[in-house]
Design a protein around this ligand. Structure first.
Ligand code: NAD
Length: 316
């Protein structure tokens, strides 16, 4: 960490950014929170609104509207700026517009002298994380995206309900693109110490593969359902960002399926960022955990990887 006080700069004070900021205040995640947005009036208003809640919180966080020069001594820059999905739109369809947004943000952050960790939530998040890596020139450990962290949380919640077990004892992950090609490597899913596949064969009348497929589908399409119901998704991702920032500040070595740049894992060598379990600490994306995937799962991962690589290469 570059400073004793924990400083976060949030770029993009829309629904996702402010859901993160609100969680950060309630969880006292940092000592200083700076808000930046193209819409300065909105960012100023958001800073005022949060500050008026300080008296009711356990935090003495310093919250203010700022500019890119405030990134110089920040520990983490969280980027939630850009357009979001409209009903019927895929995340990949946002790419060209959000690339332009990042062209105006990332170089400004870097030229402040920022030397901390970038955490990206803007969609399509895997590609926007790669864009941040390319535009910043930072070491890949210091550039991460939220990836499939939220999808994994959704999966663990649904599996917890299905098996009637506390989701904290479900160790199952969604990996790949945060989008339509994401998937669950069921061969790696464990309930406490028991592989989920063993549960299926041991209790065929209670637990069925069809149910797991339904749950996987529900996770993959959750964002579409929420967007249909209320226009956009923000609370869950805001809390996911908060959780990752906490892991960074507390040097936790916690595992999240963040979007990270593979370093030869799975025999995949290009500079693609993709959701995969990774150990997160104060250095950022510390160690990527290579899973022992089945051939079929490896094919799915490769499909996701190719989609992400081709989409990145389509940026003009
Ligand atoms: P929003 O429209 O509410 O907010 C976006 C904000 O970005 C606005 O305040 C806008 O003024 C700002 N902005 C735009 N261009 C900017 C620029 N050049 N510099 C600074 N600020 C700029 O959108 P939202 O609902 O908060 O969504 C933000 C992003 O998060 C979208 O891309 C959305 O798809 C994504 N998202 C990601 C996840 C995930 O799991 N990673 C989940 C939900 C949403």
């Amino acid at each position: 960490m570059s400073s004793i006080s924990r400083k976060v700069v949030l770029v993009g004070t829309g629904m996702v950014g402010m859901s993160f900021a609100y969680s950060a205040l309630n969880q006292s995640i940092c000592d200083e929170l700076v808000l930046i947005d193209l819409n300065e009036v909105r960012a100023k208003g958001e800073a005022m609104d949060l500050n008026h809640g300080l008296a009711f919180s356990n935090s003495s966080m310093k919250i203010y509207f700022g500019s890119y020069s405030d990134c110089a001594d920040a520990d983490v820059v969280v980027i939630c700026a850009g357009v979001n999905q409209k009903e019927g739109e895929t995340r990949l369809q946002l790419l060209q517009r959000n690339y332009k947004v990042f062209e105006s943000i990332v170089p400004s952050v870097v030229s402040s002298g920022f030397d901390g960790i970038f955490l990206v939530a803007t969609n399509p998040v895997d590609i926007m994380t790669r864009v941040t890596y390319e535009l910043s020139g930072f070491n890949s450990a210091k550039v991460l995206g939220t990836g499939t962290t939220l999808d994994t949380a959704r999966l663990r919640y649904l599996l917890g309900e299905y098996f009637n077990v506390d989701p904290r004892h479900i160790h199952a992950y969604v990996i790949g693109e945060h989008g339509d090609s994401e998937f669950v490597p069921w061969s790696q899913a464990i309930m406490a110490v028991k592989p989920v596949n063993d549960l299926l064969s041991q209790y065929p009348d209670r637990f069925k593969i069809d149910d797991l497929c339904r749950i996987e589908h529900e996770v993959r399409t959750a964002a579409y359902e929420i967007i249909k119901a209320k226009g956009s998704t923000y609370y869950g991702i805001g809390m996911a960002i908060c959780r990752i920032v906490r892991a960074i500040f507390h040097n936790e070595n916690s595992v999240f399926t963040t979007s990270v740049r593979l370093r030869g894992q799975y025999g995949l060598r290009k500079e693609v960022f993709i959701g995969n379990p990774c150990i997160i600490n104060s250095g950022g994306a510390s160690r990527i955990l290579e899973l022992s995937l089945t051939d079929e799962e490896l094919e799915k991962l490769k499909t996701s990887y190719q989609i992400l690589d081709e989409s990145y290469n389509s940026i003009n």
